[in-house]
Design a binder for this molecule. Structure first.
Ligand SMILES: Nc1ncnc2c1ncn2[C@@H]1O[C@H](COP(=O)(O)OP(=O)(O)O)[C@@H](O)[C@H]1O
Ligand SMILES: [Mg+2]
Length: 346
């Protein structure tokens, strides 16, 4: 009998991985932002053309790469972030799969420019997963990745791209989430002619929220801080009297990583129950810190979800934490309706 099974060529394997990781321009921005943050950047600039469908460019001032690393970075499962099974249980970087760059490069025309020494840079050009050029370039320490013609070789996927405005909105949401996770880093997002977000370095979450949505929105929030054996919770939650129906903002982070989890949002809502009418949904900005090994971040290809070992403990931490913050509000009558925040918004 002839052999039926064969190992897929690298380029095809990358395109299949891209199917999971790269859904739309916003997923490319998410992966490139994560790489910039993992590289220790203090500022990250995102520029797109045509909602990212024509071009996405992410520039950082992180530690950059030498030539060998820049080439290796384009290989599947090549990462500087973990080395062993043990590392997988204690991930503190946003990336660890070693899949983003080769996946994105397999479905676009990518140019990566990077330097770890001032002026001594490398430019790597990859088109549809094929290495097209490697050359010297003069640039500052840091990395710029440009991704043009996303899905040019995957017409089935290209068809699902939405309008420029819709793609820009999704990218704005990705930048916003990263900016909330890292107030100490400066971000910008522009669509070529238009500045969509300008976020200077902030000293904390309150200041970052004010830069995103204005001082008034920030003044509607209360600080929250709670600790249980499952972990520690901090952040900001909206005052019950300021909450409205619709347009809800819920952002969850664990050990600095954004994730989605409806049950945890519900846990927070339970704590609000007696203070707000049904159908009204307060904004939540919740930051969890849990010990290594308590959270598994390797459950979703795009790293959008996580799994907690002690999920009941985490739900309790959130419910109790929100309740305690709201109780503090009741016992301080001076913080009445529609008054400015009792803490400084710098
Ligand atoms: N902006 C960047 N600055 C410095 N190094 C980078 C940057 N982007 C990628 N790299 C390097 O390339 C490697 C591969 O990146 P990626 O494919 O996203 O995988 P991962 O982030 O999971 O390691 C990273 O581990 C990192 O060493
Ligand atoms: Mg990465």
């Amino acid at each position: 009998m002839p052999r039926r099974i064969q190992v897929l060529p690298e380029k095809l394997a990358n395109q299949i991985a891209a199917g999971e990781v790269v859904e739309r321009p916003a997923s490319v921005v998410k992966e490139l932002l994560e790489n910039a943050l993992d590289a220790g950047a203090s500022r990250v600039d995102v520029t797109v053309r045509n909602g990212g469908k024509t071009e996405i460019r992410v520039a950082d001032d992180g530690h950059g790469m030498g030539r060998e690393d820049a080439l290796l970075a384009m290989d599947r499962h090549a990462t500087s972030k973990i080395r062993s099974e043990q590392d997988l249980a204690a991930i503190r970087t946003l990336g660890f799969r070693g899949e983003a760059l080769p996946s994105i490069a397999s479905v676009s025309r990518m140019v990566l420019e990077t330097a770890e020494r001032e002026g001594h840079g490398t430019r790597v050009v990859v088109t549809g997963g094929q290495m097209a050029a490697v050359e010297d370039c003069a640039r500052r320490v840091g990395t710029t990745v440009s991704v043009r013609s996303l899905f040019f070789n995957v017409p089935a996927r290209a068809k699902f791209l939405r309008s420029t405005a819709a793609e820009n909105r999704a990218i704005g949401e990705v930048v916003t989430t990263a900016a909330l996770a890292m107030p100490g880093i400066g971000f910008s997002f522009d669509s070529g002619p238009k500045d969509l977000l300008t976020l200077p370095i902030a000293t904390g979450i309150g200041e970052r929220i004010a830069a995103l949505w204005g001082n008034e929105a920030a003044a509607e929030l209360l600080p929250i801080a709670h600790r249980l054996s499952a972990g520690a919770l901090s952040g900001m939650i909206q005052r019950p009297n300021a909450a409205r129906s619709g347009g809800r903002r819920t952002y969850l982070f664990v050990n600095g990583r954004p994730f989605g989890d409806r049950n945890l949002v519900r846990a927070a809502d339970r704590a609000y129950k007696t203070t707000i009418s049904p159908g009204v949904h307060p904004h939540l900005f919740l930051f969890l810190e849990v010990p290594d090994g308590e959270v598994d971040v390797n459950v979703h290809p795009a790293k959008a979800e996580v799994r907690f070992r002690d999920r009941i403990g985490i739900e309790r931490l959130i419910e109790e934490g929100v309740r305690a913050a709201l109780a503090g509000l009741e016992s301080t009558p001076s913080i009445g309706l529609r008054q400015p925040a009792a803490y400084p918004i710098v």
